[in-house]
Design a protein around this ligand. Sequence first.
Ligand code: ZN
Length: 178
Amino acid sequence: MVKIVQKDDPVLRKIAKEVPIDEIGSKKIQKIIQDMQTALDSCDDGVAIAAPQIGIPLRIFMVSPKAFLKETEVLTNIEVKKLKHPVFINPKILKLSSKTAKMDEGCLSVRGIFGKVRRSEKATIEAYDETGKKFTRGASGLLAEIFQHEIEHLEGILFIDSAKELYQILNDDEGGNK
Ligand code: ZN
């Protein structure tokens, strides 16, 4: 079990440190990536996770294959585990669209609370993958929202800092937590 820390934990308010590129292949960083996947896959409603959410103040986030499914598509947990979980190390936003939309958000570290956050509809980021290769990726919709939400985690920001119309769900099984 890898524990996902909750909103009052000070690690979530730290500015996470960059991962030295030559350390990406190290046992230490590879173990962190593995732990992030274990934590993310343990949440049926999780679509992404940032390293500070498992208590590690480093600039890494991961997206679940669930974020790429069509609405009608359902995978079992075993199937999800086998699919690639894209990893973003030292991510930097290159471009955000000026067009924004109010998006429904939740967070694995703010259990049970949802709200609306205004986000750019499109985002392009640059990052290193788990092998240390640099890449650029553009996204729209959910993935663009994830990029913005996760990079805020690395800056010590939580979605509840800017969310409007917050509401609580006691039986928290709604999808789309980050
Ligand atoms: Zn989150």
